[in-house]
Design a protein around this ligand. Structure first.
Ligand code: 13P
Length: 293
């Protein structure tokens, strides 16, 4: 199984009332941690790179090769899609070219007509190569890699029109935001989600900003039609908390730190990576996609 496009397993999640995780990666170790978690939980996953993370890692070719080769060398058996998260039009085309198996074209900052037109073009090019497509209507709030949205509820008519372009799954704003949720956040607008899913019956919806939403709200959203949940911040916080704790444990023991050669990045990053794996496994359980590979 291993590297596949995502439309079949995302639709299977929609049809059977669970969600798969779209987990953002940032480097080699992160990718390994997500793959280990998916294999341990026997869950299908999308490993996704934002445009910024791909640039950080050396470009889309590097990311594609890294994920594909790790899947092989680690003997991963669960379905894995290599996905572009929030891609501009040109980035979507580049990812299709270099072998991503799934892409998100994010034209939500464009006028709706242009967003729809470009999505249609991306769908034609992607589907010709067996690549699945996610698109977005209504901006997701918060800030991710310099992409800032004010947050809004996706207009139902726009969602319907976007589904008609032939995309495979739809990201739609329902009060969700990227990054940590502020104290005064009022929660997901599940009534609006219901309106959206009634307008596009059976179609898989993607919940962005999956970190920090109370589990019961995520599970309600899944019942209503969310079939993919994106997670980035939660893994980042797990990684940084574990790494900080590891470093602090040796604050008063420089000699012990040096004697154990903990400055070796393979040792220094180990706890953080275990924490990422743990966070991803925990999310897979909450989304209900364990043992769905
Ligand atoms: P979080 O920042 O809530 O993890 O959201 C990630 C995301 O939606 C990526 O597209």
């Amino acid at each position: 199984m291993a590297i596949v496009s995502a439309e079949k397993f995302v639709q299977a999640a929609r049809d059977n009332g669970y969600a798969v995780g779209g987990f953002n990666t940032n480097n080699l170790e992160w990718t390994q941690a997500i793959l280990r978690a998916a294999e341990a939980k026997q869950a299908p996953v999308l490993i996704q790179t934002s445009m910024g993370a791909a640039k950080y890692m050396g470009g889309y070719k590097v990311c594609q090769a890294l994920i594909a080769n790790l899947v092989e060398s680690m003997g991963i058996t669960v379905p894995v899609a290599i996905h572009l998260d929030h891609g501009h039009y040109e980035d979507a085309l580049e990812c299709i070219e270099v072998g991503y198996t799934s892409i998100m074209f994010d034209g939500s900052h464009l006028p709706i007509e242009e967003n729809l037109e470009k999505a249609k073009e991306v769908v034609a090019l992607a589907h010709a190569k067996g690549v699945s497509v996610e698109a977005e209507v209504g901006t997701i709030g918060g800030e991710e890699d310099g992409i800032v949205g004010t947050g809004e509820l996706a207009p139902v008519e726009d969602a319907k029109a976007m589904v008609e372009t032939g995309i495979d799954f739809l990201a739609a704003g329902i009060g969700n935001i990227h990054g940590p949720y502020p104290e005064n956040w009022t929660g997901l607008d599940l009534d609006h989600l219901k309106k959206l899913t009634e307008a596009v019956p059976g179609f898989p919806i993607v919940l962005h900003g999956g970190s920090g939403i109370p589990d019961e709200q995520i599970q309600e959203a899944i019942k209503l039609g969310v079939a993919k949940v994106n997670v980035n911040t939660e893994s980042q916080i797990a990684f940084s908390n574990a790494t900080r704790a590891f470093a602090r444990a040796y604050d008063a023991d420089e000699a012990g730190y040096d004697a154990k050669k903990l400055f070796d990045p393979r040792k220094f990053l180990a706890d953080g990576m275990k924490a990422v794996q743990g966070a991803v496994e925990e999310r897979i359980d909450v989304f209900g996609s364990a043992n769905k590979a």
